[in-house]
Write a protein that binds this ligand. Structure first.
Ligand code: SF4
Length: 362
């Protein structure tokens, strides 16, 4: 299961996606199967490196629009929702009821959260989330306060205790996420091993670390000293692995090993737009890399809450050109390459082995 999480092409080759793949390969109309959803742009932390800082304007998706959208997604056979931000998703009023509702409509749910409010929605999350990834980014309370300045009392302990309680009753996966910070005279690379140990001790299924990006989504450059510490820590953290606990390094970290942080693309359309989409209180966007960039907006659900008519009318597929607009590292580049091979006939859906992966989050 763990190794499947980042294996998007294998997930797409599962029985769940056969019809979508066939229709896509035949150039029939297809719609996004995974929706990322920013329920609110509110957040209780004030992280200086937050790439969504300019989007945090206290706006939430109105309740009636939210629930009718979820009905609409369910009717269109969407496989999964990812509650995420721009904003802290658990700050959406009565988030637990929303999660229960999405699950009752047959949608699988993933949650990316800062973890502060896990304790408030413990039972609903434990029952209805296929996965929860908590951005902790530190190994102790004092470094958390530097990494994530805030006025929430005992916030680090609250997050860790919430995760510990969730681990006891969860039905999905729980991950401890760690953003590599070398900024403002602060570095957290030396904390990696302690953070991974803590993740294991409180019952997480995996520990994931990842690099920072700038406001335009280009990977941040780190000093040689910082990276050397990361590689040392990677070896040390591997000793913590068991059948039930994994250390996960995203592909973007490989870019640092190659000393090549950009990812130029030679394709001019992004097929991924037809597989995933992002809905926020301030607009619908093709992917999180384009969050808040109005020129890529598919429209606004405040003005038209029918996601599918926005999608049909939008010209973003035609005017977004990855060779020009996405020269940074995109985690879904491999899926795009795979989809282009389907369109060209180099890969044939009928001949593609059916993977047995159950995780739908492509
Ligand atoms: S190629 Fe560009 S538009 Fe497509 S998913 Fe990646 S960043 Fe988004």
């Amino acid at each position: 299961m763990f190794n499947d999480i980042l294996n998007y092409n294998d997930k797409l080759s599962s029985a769940t996606y056969r019809k979508w793949l066939s229709d896509f390969a035949d150039s029939k109309r297809v719609y996004p199967q995974i929706i990322e959803l920013d329920p609110t742009t509110n957040c209780m932390l004030a992280c200086p490196e937050c790439i969504s800082a300019e989007l945090l304007n206290g706006k939430s998706i109105p309740k009636e629009i939210m629930y009718s959208m979820i009905d609409n997604f369910s009717e269109h056979n969407v496989k999964g929702l990812i509650f995420i931000g721009g904003g802290e998703p658990l700050m959406y009023p009565r988030f637990g009821s929303l999660l229960n509702y999405a699950a009752s409509k047959g949608l699988k749910n993933g949650i990316t959260t800062n973890g502060v409010l896990i304790d408030k929605y413990l039972e609903s999350i434990a029952k209805n989330a296929a996965w929860v990834r908590v951005s902790v980014d530190s190994s102790n309370a004092s470094s958390f306060q530097i990494a994530r300045p805030n006025r929430v009392p005992n916030v680090f302990d609250r997050i860790i205790n919430g995760m510990r309680e969730l681990a006891k009753i969860k039905t999905g996966l729980l991950g401890y996420s760690f953003l590599l910070l070398e900024t403002r005279g602060f570095s957290n690379a030396k904390e990696l091993y302690d953070a991974a140990s803590l993740a294991k001790e409180i019952g997480c299924d995996y520990f994931e670390y990842k690099p920072m990006v700038d406001g335009m989504h280009f990977l941040t450059k780190y000093s040689d000293e910082f990276l050397n510490t990361v590689w040392e820590m990677q070896d040390k953290m591997k000793t913590l692995e068991t059948d039930d606990f994994k250390i996960m390094m995203p592909q973007s970290m490989e870019m640092y090993r190659k000393d090549n942080l950009n990812q130029p693309k030679n394709y001019h359309e992004c097929p991924l737009i037809k597989l995933r989409s992002l809905v926020t209180p301030t607009g619908v966007y093709p992917c999180p890399y384009k969050r808040g960039q109005l020129k890529y907006s598919l429209g606004n659900i405040d003005e038209n809450n029918d996601f599918y008519s926005l999608f049909d009318k939008s010209g973003v597929y035609e005017h977004l050109d990855p060779s020009r607009d996405c020269q940074f590292y995109c985690i879904r580049n491999d899926i795009n390459e795979f989809l282009f091979n389907l369109l060209s006939g180099d890969i044939k859906v009928d001949e593609l082995p059916v993977s047995s992966i159950k995780d739908v989050f492509v």
